[in-house]
Design a binder for this molecule. Structure first.
Ligand SMILES: [Zn+2]
Length: 161
């Protein structure tokens, strides 16, 4: 990423060259995760955190629910395989579900903090802090996330899937 452009991303505030630079850095991090497993740590939660800071990635109810419930599962139910399956293989959303307004402030840490990590060890610490920070920023919707996650875990699934 170009070091000379420190323009803030209007969505998350990362000084990575505006929204385009932030998006490019996000995809660069994805490539780094594939190339080096040390940077794939908590990969799904890292993607959820990024998307929950950028409204364009959570426009639809389905993608919003997947990322919010995904972060909820990662933070609150990391040892429950049912939660993971309920999100990633077959997310069910309550029929009366309505997407709430996206919070104006979506965390104080950003992608820039994890991109700065030069070693997997530093990346792990930065990712943990970022994930916790974004989850805390969505606190007014924690109950909603838990409810939707419970619904998807309990929803009957078709045989053979
Ligand atoms: Zn951003």
């Amino acid at each position: 990423m170009p070091d000379d452009d420190r323009t803030l991303c209007p969505d998350c505030g990362a000084p990575l060259g505006g929204r385009d630079g932030c998006d490019a850095a996000f995809h660069e991090l994805g490539a780094r995760a594939i190339a080096n497993p040390g940077f794939a740590y908590r990969r799904r939660a890292v993607v959820d955190a990024y998307c929950l800071q950028h409204p364009t990635y959570i426009l639809s109810l389905k993608s919003f629910a997947a990322h919010l419930c995904g972060l909820c599962a990662a933070v609150e139910r990391p040892a429950d395989p049912r939660a993971e399956r309920a999100i990633w293989s077959d997310l069910r959303i309550p029929p009366d579900a309505v997407k709430p307004a996206v919070p104006a402030v979506r965390g104080s840490r950003t992608l820039a903090d994890v991109c700065e990590a030069a070693t997997p060890r530093a990346f792990h610490a930065a990712a943990d802090a970022w994930i916790a920070d974004v989850w805390a920023a969505w606190s007014e919707h924690h109950d909603l996330a838990r409810r939707w996650l419970d619904y998807s875990v309990a929803a009957p699934r078709r045989v053979g899937r």
